[in-house]
Ligand binder design. Structure first.
Ligand code: PLP
Length: 553
């Protein structure tokens, strides 16, 4: 039985959340008065509610100029230091050409290495910070220092305790160690152990795997699903099983590396369309249908559109209804990666199909991971039974990879049951609603303060633009001094002039935690000048309150 109160925030979900009305039909008002169209599997489709627009406010001109100047200055210093290294006045700790191979084409002297040595090394202390508790809403970090300007780090043996975690993808707070919550996981470990030592096709097809897959299919409202031990491999190993030579992949320019790797491994032709840009996608589809393959002009065997539900660096939401319309018009297939959106959006957490009121069966390949909203590891592919059966016998990750560990399977199963309410509690739905409320509160307050934040108002991934290279390190260090752990991101994960902090809001964050983070951001935004937005927002954010909560039945 799940207990909803009385545990420490570090156990995952917090007891400090506002109490929720006993009646689940009294819920968050953001989809109030909406009509629900049920697909008969508990997957309600919500029509005509505010799905939110993606926002990508441009920086004022002076910020762009200062950013380029900042990069110019550190690049100049970089060249100066390269000179010092070349004459032996400064030690270089990075891999270098071997003396006996100095006539070879250089292995290491590309721009990225220059960038790593001279720019990244200045701020490297802001990444790879070791943590020593679970990644709940609050965690402990291991203190470390560098004696050689960030080339290496030494642990001091001390910890930085009770840091608010604004960086982990723990959207629904299922990364938790509450003994009651994890009871069935412990029981599964006792029954099956941890390792299965074989592939699903050989001797590791356990009942727990089958139960999980049935539950995933039911949750998503599709015929069938299959689970894989690793989210990354779910993409990179299944895409090659679906398309190959003579096929065309149309891929969003901001797709995750696992999708890109899968596309490359498949041998299909890859064309990249502008992020979430329907004109760009339609132009490519039209061209593909009209002209066919290069040289021979034979029709493409398959055209596969590859997109994500929520983009993890931009916080933007896929424009699913438009993409579905295009896919139908040009008879293409759609591969949708819901790594960040499953559990995190949609009135009952069923991802972007539910968010947009679209029948999940219209998406040919539904992919997602269990690493984010489910506090576990692994991924799934879901859709028609024929698709899943085909992948069971053709995907490398099904045939050659060891099956998912039983306790991990059980963790996902219990999280799914909790979200679906089949565990007899309303805790899962409470978390889904709490995440929506936290997301809206956090985003609206940041906008009100005058920060430039990217993405959709419903996205719990909240990128806050820092732009200037000098501000990236200053921001992250100052936040840690205030006991707030943040993720900062720069080139090559973002365009070189769009460095940012990327917050991940969680249902496990309490209002007090969010307020502490917001207050620190407000102070820091003034002291290191980060409030670049020229849009004026209302002084009082429109936050929801419990009396607005409504979940249509
Ligand atoms: C969109 C997307 N797909 C796939 C993955 C890979 O998933 P995992 O980290 O579970 O291996 C990620 C990882 O963050 C992701 O963001």
């Amino acid at each position: 039985m799940i207990r909803t109160g009385g545990h420490h925030p570090r156990n995952g979900s917090s007891s400090n959340q506002k109490p929720l009305e006993d009646n689940i039909s009294v819920k968050n008002g953001y989809h109030r008065n909406e009509k629900v169209h049920s697909n008969g599997k508990g997957n309600g489709f919500y029509r005509s509610w505010d799905r939110g627009e993606d926002s990508f406010e441009e920086a004022p001109m002076y910020v762009a100029v200062l950013t380029y100047m900042g990069f110019g200055i550190v690049t100049l210093f970089g060249y100066f230091r390269e000179l010092l290294r070349a004459v032996g006045l400064e030690k270089c700790n990075q891999a270098q050409e071997r003396e006996e191979q100095k006539d070879f084409v250089p292995l290491y002297q590309d721009f990225e290495n220059f960038y790593n040595r001279n720019l990244y090394m200045r701020v490297r202390d802001n990444w790879n910070r070791p943590i020593c508790t679970l990644p709940g809403p609050v965690f402990d970090l291991m203190e470390r220092v560098s004696d050689d300007n960030n080339w290496t780090f030494r642990l001091t043996g001390r910890t930085i305790d009770n840091v608010i975690n604004m960086g982990s993808y723990n959207y629904l707070g299922f990364a938790e160690n509450n003994v009651d919550f994890l009871k069935t996981v412990a029981e599964t470990t006792v029954q099956y152990g941890v390792g299965v030592c074989s592939t699903r096709q050989e001797l590791a097809n356990l009942t727990v795997h089958k139960t999980l897959e049935q539950l995933v299919a039911e949750f998503l409202g599709v015929e069938s699903a299959m689970s894989f031990g690793m989210g990354f491999a779910t993409n990179s190993m299944n895409i090659p099983a679906l398309v190959g030579k003579g096929c065309l992949i149309l891929s969003d320019e901001l797709n995750h590396t696992s999708l890109i790797l899968g596309a490359r491994l498949s041998g299909a032709t890859i064309r990249v369309f502008k992020h979430n840009n329907m004109q760009s996608l339609e132009k490519m589809l039209k061209e593909a249908v009209c002209s066919g393959q290069p040289r021979t002009h034979r029709s493409w065997m398959k055209i596969l559109i590859m997109v994500e539900g929520i983009y993890s660096m931009e916080g933007s939401l896929i424009r699913l209804p438009e993409i579905l319309a295009l896919k139908k018009k040009y008879k293409a297939y759609l591969y949708l990666d819901e790594a960040h959106s499953i559990g995190a959006v949609g009135p009952t957490g069923r991802g972007v199909t539910e968010h947009f009121g679209v029948d999940p069966k219209e998406v040919d390949v539904l992919m997602g991971t269990f690493t984010k909203s489910f506090g576990a590891v692994g991924g799934y592919i879901a859709g028609k039974k024929e698709l899943v059966d085909y992948l069971r016998s053709h995907s490398h990750s099904a045939i050659y990879a060891t099956a998912m560990s039983p306790p991990v399977v059980e963790q996902i199963t219990r999280a799914l049951k909790c979200i679906m309410g089949t565990d007899g509690t309303r805790e899962g739905q409470r978390r889904v609603q709490q995440l929506a409320e936290n997301t809206r509160y956090f985003r609206s307050r940041l906008k009100e303060m005058g920060f430039i934040i990217y993405g959709n108002q419903h996205s719990p991934v909240v990128p806050l633009l820092l732009y200037l290279p000098g501000k990236v390190g200053a921001f992250s260090r100052a936040m840690l001094e205030r006991k707030i752990g943040v993720v900062v991101v720069g080139f090559p994960a973002t365009p070189i002039t769009e460095a940012r902090a990327r917050f991940c809001v969680s249902a496990a964050h309490t209002r007090e935690m969010l307020d502490k983070v917001l207050q620190s951001l407000d102070e820091l935004g003034d002291s290191i000048r980060l409030k670049f937005s020229r849009r004026r927002c209302p002084v009082r954010p429109q936050v929801c309150n419990e009396t607005d909560f409504e979940l249509d039945s």
